[in-house]
Design a protein. Structure first.
Lengths: 155, 155
DNA sequence: ACAATAAAAGATAAATTTATCTTTTTATCT
DNA sequence: AGATAAAAAGATAAATTTATCTTTTATTGT
């Protein structure tokens, strides 16, 4: 019934845009030496170039990345990977909002969530916590056989 | 950047359609005596009637609810609330899919997720587990001041 | 200053999800 | 059998997200 909101989180959870943002940031974290153009990042992460441009713009506005115009310009991470929670990246493009009041706008409920919405909100909170406590640095240091977003060099 | 995918899970997580499905099912669980028409459920849960009709159709196809045509017909739960995990409701309309292979289709990754996607998949799995282990019965028995989906009678 | 590079901004289009309306089919009651 | 009720199915439209293209603005190097 839904499209892939995100290839990334299966079908649930976060938007395509958020996955793009995460890919871009992880991509930048792996090449921290110099600025990278939108075109370069697009090639590395396989995100559509012109759409990525919008995504990077939002990341820049939220100071997740730093942009530099003109020759030799491009994007760099604004903070070291260890200090950049995934949540910040997600929140820059597609903020996670908790359920603060009844989605049905029931007057007697108000800020007092019913069991359904409380349960759902608990799930949100848990997910949010996971994204808050894991940084770009964290996931880059987790052991795996695959280099994030990149083809392996050796065959 | 995204609409409310779902009022319910904030902005992240599951679709509007899934929330509608959950509301309908919880609504039916609270009135288990007789079949309820789409119009009735729509009124109770504040889901757009004609859209709800499609949602109920899918729930029926996945045997989450049971439908009866004609006079005195309508929808009822196909199983007791205690035996109906929220996951089944969600999966009927908008299945949760784990990330089984690299969303970037990198050949060297294949089924071997990179750290980013592994991390994301861990989150999916956790969420899925929560929805699997909590049934409609569970959430109805959780203590709250608000009756799920309904205005409170007493003032 | 001028040319080249790259982000920023704007406009438009495609795809998908959500919503509405109408017609058809199936069941129930008298 | 005929009338009524309600789901099922079909067609269409609105809203939102995702994607693409073009123009403008800012920066660097010569």
């Amino acid at each position: 019934m839904s499209r892939s909101f995100l290839s990334l989180i299966g079908e649930i959870m976060i938007s395509q845009t958020s996955e793009y943002a995460l890919r871009a940031v992880v991509g930048l974290a792996q090449n921290p030496d110099k600025p990278h153009t939108t075109a370069e990042i697009a090639r590395l992460t396989k995100v559509p170039e012109h759409y990525l441009s919008k995504v990077l713009l939002m990341l820049a506005k939220h100071e997740v990345v730093f942009s530099k115009k003109g020759l030799h310009g491009g994007y760099m991470l604004a903070h070291p990977p260890e200090q950049l929670p995934l949540l910040n990246v997600i929140n820059a493009v597609d903020p996670i909002k908790q359920i603060n009041s009844c989605p049905l706008k029931l007057k007697t409920h108000g800020t007092n969530l019913c069991r359904l919405h409380k349960r759902l909100n608990d799930s949100i909170a848990l997910m949010e916590e996971m994204f808050r406590t894991s940084t770009v640095g964290t996931i880059l240091s987790e052991p795996t056989k695959s280099i994030p977003l990149c083809e392996s060099i050796k065959k």
